[in-house]
Write a protein that binds this ligand. Structure first.
Ligand code: BGC
Length: 393
């Protein structure tokens, strides 16, 4: 029996501004990539040139049969200098939103996806007492172009932002799965929650707009007897951010893999575990379990799967993973989770925060010409979307 999803379910793909646009020169991450002593293997550079090629990206979304597209607005483009708003940047993003609406594609807009303007970072970043006010002012500047937009993600993975901040402070880069990272910088975690609430207040002015933030769900599984350690580990790295979504219009679930927690913290993946290009354990059940966890943690808050996918050079493996993830999602929904849509990460093979090697895309991008080529997985997901059902194998 095919597994049927509800009518009106969103089926889409996602990307972020910095990972796709290219030449995001006023951002803090650009500065980090381009330091003379850069410790990141690759720079984002032109990325996928989506700042110019977005109509092509949207055409691909529509042609494959998907009905939603998650993309980012880059704060550093909208406000490259403190207090100076670029009308041209706002007009650009308005065209992208209209491009979605004209094609019958539901836009899911992210306002902050890891990167901030360099001036913001230099002048205290998130711990600054001015941070929430600055974010609020940016959201207020963007508000007029959000006409017709129903779904807005304020801050992408605040838990990752706060964990990465703690790591960057020590100038480390890790191949470790996010959930195995040191705990977040609590000062930043708190500041992000305040900024999120400020953003939601501004966004509340627009009727019909739903806002929420998206949380990296890491499926912390306790080894025998380590339940207490697991819960403490999960609270700082995930659950406090889910709790902060109570009362929001929705919460974004982003899930890729799981992390085992023993008495002394994160354990490596089990011996012989199948791994992806990011070295994460191949674990399609991550999605269903993450949705169950979030639904239990913030009951009554609708869920949108804002990211799920796999870094692999074998596209058949992408289909295998996604099929498993969608079956798990369907099961979680059958148990009562209120899930409104599934957005695959990612539409394009985009910049993976330091490297182009881990390819998550449904669509490949030629690094010289930027030519896009839809992979079989894009057509497969498009068929699922069109029929609203996961077919039997
Ligand atoms: C982020 C994306 C990233 C993806 C895969 C998520 O943590 O939101 O920007 O590319 O995971 O690592």
């Amino acid at each position: 029996m095919p597994l049927t999803f509800p009518d009106g379910f969103l089926w889409g793909a996602a990307g972020s501004a910095h990972q796709t646009e290219g030449n995001n020169v006023a951002s803090d991450f650009w500065a980090l990539e381009n330091r003379p002593d850069a410790f990141l293997p690759e720079r984002s550079g032109d990325a996928c040139d989506s700042y110019h090629r977005w109509p092509e990206d949207l055409d691909i979304v529509r042609r494959t049969g998907l009905n939603a597209y998650r993309f980012g607005i880059e704060w550093a483009r909208v406000e490259p200098v403190e207090g100076r708003v670029s009308r041209a940047a706002l007009a650009h993003y308005r065209r992208v939103i209209e491009g979605c609406l004209e094609r019958g594609v539901t836009p899911v807009v992210t306002l902050h996806h890891f990167t901030s303007p360099l001036w913001f970072q230099k002048d205290g970043g998130w711990p600054s007492p001015k941070a929430a006010g600055r974010f609020r002012r940016y959201v207020r500047a963007v508000l007029p172009i959000l006409d017709g937009v129903e779904w807005v993600c304020t801050i992408n993975e605040p838990n990752m932002v706060a964990m990465m901040a703690a790591m960057l402070r020590r100038r480390e880069r890790t191949e470790a799965v996010a959930g195995a990272m040191p705990p977040p910088d609590q000062e930043i975690a708190d500041a992000l929650a305040v900024a999120h609430r400020a953003a939601r207040e501004e966004l509340g002015a627009r009727r019909g707009l739903k806002s929420g933030w998206t949380v990296a769900n890491q499926n912390f599984e306790a080894a025998d007897g380590a339940e207490g350690e697991r819960d403490a580990w999960a609270w700082s790295r995930e659950d406090q951010f889910l709790d902060a979504a109570a009362g929001d219009d929705f919460v974004g679930v982003q899930a890729y893999t799981r992390v085992l927690i023993g008495p002394d913290g994160a354990l490596p993946a089990p011996d012989g575990a199948r791994r992806t290009l990011t070295q994460w354990e191949f674990y399609p059940d991550a999605l269903g379990n993450a949705v169950r966890h979030t639904a239990a943690r913030v009951p009554g808050v609708p869920i949108l799967v804002t990211e799920n996918g796999i870094a692999t050079s074998d596209d058949a493996e992408r289909v295998e993973y996604t099929r498993g993830a969608l079956a798990g999602l369907h099961a979680a929904m059958a148990e009562g989770a209120d899930v409104r849509g599934y957005l695959h990460w990612s539409l394009l093979d985009n910049y993976e925060w330091g490297s182009y090697r881990p390819t998550f895309g449904l669509v490949s991008v030629d690094r010289e010409t930027f030519a896009r080529t839809a992979k079989p997985s894009a057509r497969w997901l498009g068929r699922v979307a069109r029929s609203g059902a996961l077919p039997e194998e």
